[in-house]
Design a protein around this ligand. Structure first.
Ligand code: ZN
Length: 140
């Protein structure tokens, strides 16, 4: 059977499935860009493949989905009632991996900033993004 998808299409589809270029992340990227910040994205040679990398500020930014990354005390991170033990184990595994990645990055001298998607919803977005920029400017 012939594979009708080109390699490019396939990797595009895969990246969609893994949740890259999700909307909140694009929002942060556009905002940074509009304010003159330059960055790289998804650098594979760094632990956890940070979503946004600002070398000049020695800073990596992760835009975490509240559910998958287990945002503490967040209503969007509620564990489903069906197969809840399985979900708990799954999400806890993600949290442990995230902590390990950011510890490793910090040991290498990176500033690690984590943005949660719930903070990027319409009502809180601008405040959050402005405080991100303030934070970056102190790191300069
Ligand atoms: Zn949240």
């Amino acid at each position: 059977m012939t594979d009708i998808h080109s390699k490019e299409t396939r990797s595009y589809n895969m990246s969609r499935i893994r949740g890259k270029d999700t909307k909140p992340e694009l929002l942060v990227r556009r905002f940074l860009h509009a304010h003159g910040f330059r960055y790289r994205i998804h650098l594979k040679d760094l632990p956890g493949k940070p979503d946004i990398v600002l070398r000049k500020y020695k800073t990596v930014i992760f835009v975490h989905g509240c559910f998958w990354h287990g945002h503490h005390n967040c209503k969007y991170a509620a564990i489903p009632e069906t197969r809840s033990e399985w979900w708990k184990a799954k999400i806890n595994g993600n949290i442990i991996r995230d902590n390990k990645d950011s510890k490793f990055l910090k040991e290498q001298g990176w500033n690690v900033i984590i943005l949660w998607t719930c903070d990027l919803m319409k009502s809180t977005r601008n405040k959050k993004l402005l405080s991100l920029i303030e934070e970056l400017l102190t790191l300069r």
